[in-house]
Design a protein around this ligand. Structure first.
Ligand code: BG6
Ligand code: MG
Length: 213
């Protein structure tokens, strides 16, 4: 076994909520009269906090907002996003992800979540994964979001493991950078597979069986 634990990002790794984030930010942008918000912009929102994601949208807006107004805009986006999550169920957890998680665990690895999202508990519960992971570090327990390594360091600590003993799994460039900054080896999927901070680029989730066991 190459590692003792695996720490997974949530959005875009365990489930496809990254697409919902994009659609919800796009809806908010359009409400603000911004018609130029693109998927390229959305890539920069991946892995970073809700408030930092909002700044990526507001870069395209001439109007200036107070901190209070920004909080209200972030809340508005989150309400749109939460409506998209309402129909999420265990059927949204792919067979490949579930089987791979079970095999990694059966192989003796501890499994954790390391996500910037404050919606993590609700999403895990909708997917039928509430209580599945040995540790969950998320946006509710950190002060710095990725590319800062705090959330991964917290997850490793909750597993009572050192960063060198854990593999981080990411889809976002900021997430791969966070893993590297924390002293972890990183398996990168999607955008993160192209990151210079990624140790193991993978093309599909089940490739983790070759990387981690
Ligand atoms: C990350 C997403 O997982 O969570 C980001 O990749 C998002 O795009 C961040 O901004 C915060 O999410 P939430 O659910 O707390 O708004
Ligand atoms: Mg992600």
């Amino acid at each position: 076994m190459k590692f003792k634990g695996v720490i997974f990002d949530l959005d875009g790794v365990i489930c496809s909520t990254d697409e919902y984030h994009y659609m919800a930010w796009k809806a908010l942008a359009e409400k603000l009269g911004i018609t130029t918000f693109t998927r390229e912009d959305n890539k920069r929102q991946r892995g970073v906090s809700r408030m930092e994601s909002l700044e990526v949208v507001l870069e395209k807006c001439d109007k200036k907002f107070t901190d209070e107004e920004k909080l209200a805009l972030a809340d508005e986006k989150n309400e749109i996003y939460k409506k998209m999550l309402v129909n999420m169920s265990p059927a949204d957890l792919s067979e490949e992800v579930k089987t791979t998680l079970d095999k990694l665990r059966a192989g003796g690895l501890k499994l954790a979540i390391g996500s910037s999202s404050k919606n993590t508990p609700a999403i895990l519960s909708r997917l039928g994964l509430g209580g599945y992971f040995d540790a969950v570090a998320d946006g509710n327990c950190i002060t710095h979001s990725k590319p800062h390594p705090e959330v991964f360091l917290k997850a490793a600590e909750m597993l009572s493991l050192e960063p060198s003993e854990c593999l981080v799994v990411e889809d976002a460039a900021a997430g791969a950078q966070a893993g590297y900054a924390g002293g972890f080896k990183v398996a990168g999927i999607g955008e993160a597979a192209k990151s210079g901070y990624t140790t193991y680029p993978i093309s599909t989730f089940s490739d983790l069986l070759k990387v981690a066991l």
